[in-house]
Design a protein around this ligand. Structure first.
Ligand SMILES: Nc1ncnc2c1ncn2[C@@H]1O[C@H](COP(=O)(O)OP(=O)(O)O)[C@@H](O)[C@H]1O
Ligand SMILES: CC(=O)N[C@@H](CCC(=O)OP(=O)(O)O)C(=O)O
Length: 260
């Protein structure tokens, strides 16, 4: 494993796309980091946009432990919402902030390999790192890749990948530092208070108690995997909190530190 802290992998959840001010603040932060020589790779979700698009097309949303069950007939709408609308909304915000970006998906540039994760989930993908050439080229230009979580199998079948898991694999591929930004300030305890630091044992206990569930369960488990792989903490924080973004830009710890 190689650790190259010059790449920051910033994953943003879908709720950001519905908050123009949040997007502007985040992109300004990213622009300042890039101007400072920091390479930034953005990975995004768009789960709420997918929910909306499915509903508008008379289709149901079914989730199993935080992952969307993806029947083949939903795939065109899901790919359109994630690789299309969500990706381009973010690219628009990046452009406005003066960032040169490259909109892409996990299917581009031989970046990952993908297979079906679990037959019960339909066309949900599990990805593993493959080739960093394409990403490294974009980053070396001072450009920011904006990557959606749509992947493709060798036979051309599109797959829907959870965006936290997509970010995990890209962080491993580039040996980067991972920050997962959501609409909550970090992992919260049963009373809604921010937990500053968590290790694997504490995570397992909170999951067992039902305090960490759904999308947050997927997120902390993805974070833990990268923390253990890198031997350094992964941050779960909020794009909503301007002070967290300022701290992030300074390289300070924000939100919840998921410890190896
Ligand atoms: N212990 C917890 N702390 C914080 N959020 C939690 C917790 N357990 C479940 N959640 C839920 O997880 C959500 C974040 O996961 P998710 O919706 O997948 O975010 P994103 O779309 O940003 O990836 C929170 O908005 C909250 O509803
Ligand atoms: C398999 C699976 O669950 N895919 C996710 C991909 C988007 C995502 O993860 O979006 P957020 O980061 O906004 O949650 C989905 O379809 O919602």
């Amino acid at each position: 494993m190689s650790t190259n802290n010059s790449v920051l992998v910033l994953k943003v959840g879908g709720a950001l796309l519905q908050c123009e001010m949040g997007m502007a603040r985040l992109m300004d932060t990213a622009a300042a980091m890039i101007a400072n020589g920091q390479q930034v790779l953005m990975v995004h979700g768009g789960g709420c946009l997918v929910d909306e698009q499915l509903a508008a097309n008379g289709m149901e949303t079914v989730k199993l432990e935080g992952l969307r069950v993806t029947p083949p007939e939903q795939m065109p709408i899901i790919a359109g919402a994630l690789a299309g609308t969500s990706n381009k909304i973010l690219q628009g915000a990046a452009t406005k902030a003066g960032i040169v970006s490259v909109g892409m998906s996990l299917a581009d540039g031989n970046t990952v390999s993908a297979k079906i994760k679990d037959e019960r989930l339909g066309l949900v993908g599990e990805v593993s790192p493959k080739d960093a050439t394409y990403l490294k080229f974009i980053l070396s230009q001072g450009w920011m890749p904006i990557c959606s979580s749509i992947a493709m199998m060798d036979d051309g079948q599109m797959l829907n990948v959870n965006a936290d898991q997509a970010a995990t694999v890209l962080a491993k591929l580039v040996g980067g530092k991972l920050v997962l930004l959501s609409d909550v300030s970090g992992v919260l305890d049963g009373k809604g208070q921010l937990i500053p630091s968590l290790n694997g044992k504490q995570i397992a206990e909170l999951v067992k108690q039902g305090v960490i569930e759904k999308g947050m369960k997927v997120k902390v488990e993805a974070a833990l995997e990268v923390a253990q792989w890198m031997g350094q903490a992964v941050q779960v924080a909020s794009w909503r909190d301007a002070s967290q973004l300022v701290a992030l830009a300074k390289g300070e710890a924000v939100g919840t530190q998921i410890q190896p």
